[in-house]
Each structure stands twice: as C-alpha cells, then as structure tokens.
Design a protein. Structure first.
Length: 108
C-alpha cells in the first residue's frame, strides 16, 4: 500500500518532467504561450496595434506574438494551441502583444 501511495504521489512529478517541450530557440525565461499570429517586430500590423495601445516599441527586432494566451504544459487545464506556440520573454500587455518570441515545436 505504501508503494502504491508513493507511486501515485510521484506520478505528477514524472509527468511534469516528460511533458516539457523541446525547442530550437532559447526559452529559459518567459512564458509559454499560444499566439494567433507571430510577426516581425517592424511589421505594419504590429506597429498599428502598438500605436492603438499607446506603446512605443522602439528599435526592437525579432518576432512579436499577437493575441496570445498561456499554454498549460501538462494539458490538465484544457488549454491547447491550435495556432502558433511560442516562448515570449517580453511583456504580453494582457495577451495582446508578446515581445521577444521564439517559435516552439510542441510535437517533439
């Protein structure tokens, strides 16, 4: 009985260790999110949305996620990503814009 209790208690830790996605980009910090669109920082869409929000993005480069929501890595919360999974290191501004995004392959 003690073995089965220990196994049941250890199971979430094992699942968490195996469910972490591998990615080609650097995602040591930041949040794993699902974005409706991912565009270059200097794109017209990103600049228009930033202007509407009153944000001055400045001379940033790289990818920007638009319309982002958090992803539950374990899949327990019901969140899944049918759009573009990314890791964003910058402010998400309530999920509207995620800065410093790197695409992630969740199928590995």
């Amino acid at each position: 009985m003690k073995f089965s209790t220990a196994f049941v208690l250890a199971l979430p830790a094992i699942a968490a260790a195996t469910a972490v996605p591998r990615q080609s980009g650097n995602c040591n910090t930041g949040a794993l999110t699902c974005c409706n669109q991912v565009q270059q920082a200097n794109s017209t869409t990103v600049n228009q949305l930033a202007g509407l929000l009153g944000l001055v993005l400045g001379p940033i480069t790289g990818l920007v996620g638009l319309g982002c929501s958090p992803i539950d890595v374990l899949g327990v919360g019901g969140n899944s990503c049918s759009a573009q999974p990314v890791c964003c290191t910058g402010n998400t501004f309530g999920g509207l814009i995620g800065l410093g995004c790197n695409p992630i392959n969740l199928n590995l």
